[in-house]
Each structure stands twice: as C-alpha cells, then as structure tokens.
Design a protein around this ligand. Structure first.
Ligand code: NAD
Length: 280
C-alpha cells in the first residue's frame, strides 16, 4: 500500500478495533507500514490473526486478538496482553461498528410503504438496541480500557469513526444514523474531558464506500447499482464512491501529535463532497 503521508509512527503502540473489517484492516496495515506496533482487535479472530500473520510475514510488528468491544472484562484481558506484547497504547482507533438489518426499514417513506414491507412500525427494538450498543458503547468501553495508558503517559490520540449520516440521517437506517450522531457528539465530549491530560480525540466521517456492511444496499445481486446507489452518486459532487485507502491521509494526520497538535474534537468528513452539497 502506498502511504499518503510520510509520518513515522515508529515506537507507537496502535490499537485498532474492528481490524478484521475492510476499513480498519487497511488502517491497521497503514500504521504497521508507518512503523507502529499494531494490535488488531476484532470479534472475528480468524480475520485479525490472518491479517496479522500476513503483515508479520512482510516484516511488520502486529498481533491479532479476539476481542468483543462490548465486553469490558475481555477487553481488559486483551489490554493486559497488549501491554505485555507491545507496551502502553498511544493511539486507539475505535473502528468496530456497523448497522443491522433488524434496525433497517425496507421503504424510504411511509407513504410509499407496500404490503409485506418492513416499515418503521415493524422495527425490532432489540435490533435498534444492538446497533446503538455496538456503535456507541463499542466506542466508549474500549476508550475506558485503553485511554488509561494515555492518561498515565500524558499523551495519546483517540480516533473514532463517525459517518455521513451523523450530519443528516440517511433514509432506512434510523438507529445507525442516531448512533453515529452520538459518536460525533461523544468525540467532542471526550476531547473536552481529556483536554487537560494530553490526550486528543477526533473522528473521521467516511462518505460512501463499498464494503461488507453496505454492499447489499448499493448493488443488486447481478452487480448493477441499486436506485439508492444512483441517488448517492447524484448527491456526491465528485460523482464517485470513496476508496478505503483515501481515508488514511485523514487518519494519519489526526493521529499524529505533531501535525495535529492543537486539533481535538473535530469530525473530518472524507466524503467526495457529499456533506457539503445541498442537492441543488
Ligand atoms: P466491516 O463490517 O468491514 O468491519 C467491521 C468489523 O467490526 C468486522 O470485522 C466485525 O467483525 C467487527 N465487529 C463487529 N462487532 C464487533 C464487536 N462487538 N467487537 C469487536 N469487533 C466487532 O465494516 P467497515 O465498513 O470496515 O466499517 C468500519 C467502521 O467504519 C464502522 O464503525 C462503520 O460503521 C464505519 N463506517 C463505514 C462506512 C462504509 O461505507 N463502509 C461509512 C462510514 C462509517
């Protein structure tokens, strides 16, 4: 992978949750290539162990750990293992997150609802809980565990992952939109709370990427774009999806103590212009 910025993270311990996924797997690789020791955390142990093995074969310092971001005891065990393997956490990327079909409506507008569709009134409360918990608590709990290292060191950087729907909600996914709005808000809260400790906290808000969690919403089974996909591109001034590697410049910049030394509490859209465009 070609790194977007020449920032040296040698000596830093970076913890990435959700590193078994598309976006955070790329982030983990980028930090490793930039010299960091990288702890890859994910519920999907196989994914992080495979990626870590691959990276280590290429000469990088990484390790995959099975971790559930919603289980504090399990995370504390992983924290102790990371301390032993790599030392205290300098950079935490809270990447684990996502939506769930149980919290998604079939229709965009109630007045267009057709017989048999799952409408707003059919949303499953446990599905809504799942999405809020995964995205919000799944950021809060790892921060409770790993930011302790940063408080002790009087330095560190936390990066959360927000989304376009935090600015204006997207149709069909009310819980995910609300949960990501909570992440933007929480990023500001953490930035303020930790301001006197030397810890900075920022977020990126990726635009529309093609990944596991949204592939079915963007493409039909035969690979053609869905109507939703066409709508997204119409609302994106650069008229294209964002590539996962295009997030890395923002990630490196916000996590670097020199480049972003006075930047805390910001949510950086990386979205090919989507959030800037009113649609007219
Ligand atoms: P992904 O589904 O590829 O990866 C998410 C990873 O999180 C998976 O490997 C999954 O196993 C892991 N995970 C799920 N629950 C977990 C838990 N309880 N504990 C630990 N790990 C868990 O998703 P992605 O597209 O790479 O998204 C990464 C982040 O970026 C998410 O927070 C997502 O909401 C956000 N995001 C994605 C997009 C997009 O278009 N893909 C846009 C904006 C924001």
């Amino acid at each position: 992978m070609n790194l977007p910025l020449n920032i040296d993270f040698t000596g830093k311990t970076v913890v990435v949750t959700g590193a078994g996924g598309v976006l955070c797997g790329d982030m983990a690789r980028a930090f490793a290539q930039a010299g960091a020791k990288v702890a890859l955390l994910d519920l999907n142990e196989e994914a992080v162990v495979n990626l870590s093995n691959k990276l280590n074969e290429e000469g990088y310092k990484t390790k995959g750990y099975k971790a559930n971001v919603l289980e504090p005891e399990m995370l504390e065990e992983v924290h102790q293992a990371v301390l032993k393997d790599f030392g205290p956490c300098d950079i935490l990327v809270n990447g684990a997150g996502g939506n769930n079909p149980r919290a998604t409506t079939d229709n965009e507008y109630q007045h267009e609802a057709k017989e048999g569709q799952k409408t707003f009134f059919d949303l499953d409360a446990s599905g809504v809980d799942f999405v809020f918990k995964l995205n919000f608590q799944g950021t809060l709990i790892p921060t409770q565990i790993f930011a302790k290292d940063m408080v002790e060191k009087k330095s560190g950087s936390i990066l959360n992952i927000s989304s376009m729907n935090a600015y204006t909600p997207l149709t069909k996914i009310p819980a995910y939109s609300g949960a990501k709005a909570a992440i933007s808000n929480f990023t500001q809260w953490l930035a303020t709370h930790f301001a006197g400790t030397g810890i900075r906290c920022n977020a990126i808000a990726p635009g529309f990427l093609v990944s596991n969690q949204n592939r079915a919403l963007l493409f039909n089974e035969d690979g053609t774009p869905t109507a939703r996909s066409e709508k997204i591109l119409k609302g994106t001034p650069m008229n294209r999806f964002v590539d996962s590697e295009e997030l890395l410049g923002g990630v490196f910049f916000l996590c670097d103590d020199k480049a972003a030394s006075a930047i805390t509490g910001v949510v950086l859209p990386i979205d090919a212009g989507f959030a800037a465009y009113s649609g007219v």
